[in-house]
Design a protein around this ligand. Structure first.
Ligand code: 13P
Ligand code: SF4
Length: 309
């Protein structure tokens, strides 16, 4: 079995070189997929790497909107996904028509959208944001407009709540949410705190507001990775999709990490396997490409975000 896995990894590496490809993996990917990635990271890091790389092919191990984002930033590269059925249910909770209607209801508002949106929704945004920089983006808009402009923030209502509390701004939000993060309940965090009283609690801002209220820090996945590295604490309760724990343990072998809830699994993030990565590299499929008119508009929203952060 181990020999077979080694053979698979060898073939992936060989083909990767031949195709001049890089493999990007989100922090929630299966350990075996994280192991073969050139880069792993959060949504912001991966989109930045995608923009900078000189590889001809990007193999995106994540969910659909992430591969679309890579394609928006790198139209001259071939972006392929090992399993294009890996979507993000939160991103699918709002389509471009929904957002156009919301914009019509608030014609003066500045429109900010989480990166967890389709390319068609991104094309309707003024600013894209990630969980790492959402507060900074809203603060920058507030500063520029002297606090006079309304702000639409979509699609995640819990991230919107969090950003609103942090920035002190009232936001017009949508009713989207992450079905994985809402599985983490306040009682889960309270239980784990009882078991591990010395542990620091870090949670993702996609969690329920009642869960965020119990945390020492609300952070994106890469911010969690940094926090775990830099904080002197030896134990951490982790309120996000459980895939991140593999990386946290690898990076900090002397520290302990406890999932706030074992139920926080994103099935879409687990669709990608090493076999599928190999097939994708063999056949250079499935390609994710965003139509040029949508791509140009979506790119503007991402560039405006990158200009602020
Ligand atoms: P980040 O890795 O940007 O924190 O995003 C979390 C997430 O749920 C991605 O789908
Ligand atoms: Fe979407 Fe949540 Fe899965 Fe992230 S964890 S891809 S937000 S469903």
């Amino acid at each position: 079995m181990i020999r077979e896995d080694k053979e698979l990894v060898r073939k992936i590496k060989e083909l990767k070189k031949k195709r001049n490809a890089i493999i990007l993996a989100h922090n929630y990917q299966l350990p075996e997929v994280q192991d073969i990635a050139d880069f792993r990271g959060d949504s912001l890091e991966l989109s930045r790497i995608a923009a900078k790389t000189d590889a001809e092919v990007i193999v995106f191990c994540g969910v659909y909107f992430m591969a679309e984002t890579a394609s928006i930033l790198s139209p001259d590269k071939k972006v392929i996904m090992p399993d294009t059925s890996a979507g993000c249910p939160m991103a699918n909770m709002m389509n471009a028509q929904d957002l156009r209607k919301l914009k019509q209801e608030h014609p003066q508002a500045v429109v900010v959208g989480y990166v967890n949106t389709s390319a068609a929704v991104k094309a309707e945004l003024d600013y894209c944001c990630t969980s790492t920089n959402a507060v900074a983006i809203v603060n920058a808009i507030t500063k520029e407009s002297g606090g006079k402009k309304e702000i639409i923030f979509v699609p995640d209502k819990y991230l919107a709540d969090y950003v609103s509390r942090q920035s002190g701004r009232k936001l017009i939000s949508w009713h989207g949410f992450c079905p994985t993060h809402v599985k983490i309940l306040p009682e889960d965090v309270k239980r784990e705190k009882k078991f591990h009283p010395r542990a620091k609690v870090m949670v993702h801002p996609e969690c329920l507001s009642s869960v965020v209220a119990l945390a020492d820090a609300a952070l994106s996945t890469s911010q969690m990775s940094k926090y775990a590295r830099e904080n002197p604490a030896k134990e951490f309760i982790v309120g996000t999709e459980i895939g991140l724990i593999y990386r946290l343990k690898q990076d900090n072998p002397d520290k302990e990490f406890y999932p706030a809830s074992e139920r926080a699994v994103c099935p879409n993030m687990k669709r990608t396997t090493q076999e599928k990565v190999l097939w994708a590299l063999e056949e250079l499929k499935e390609e994710v490409r965003v139509p040029e008119d949508i791509r140009k508009k979506a790119r503007l929203a991402i560039d405006r975000m990158l200009a602020i952060v």
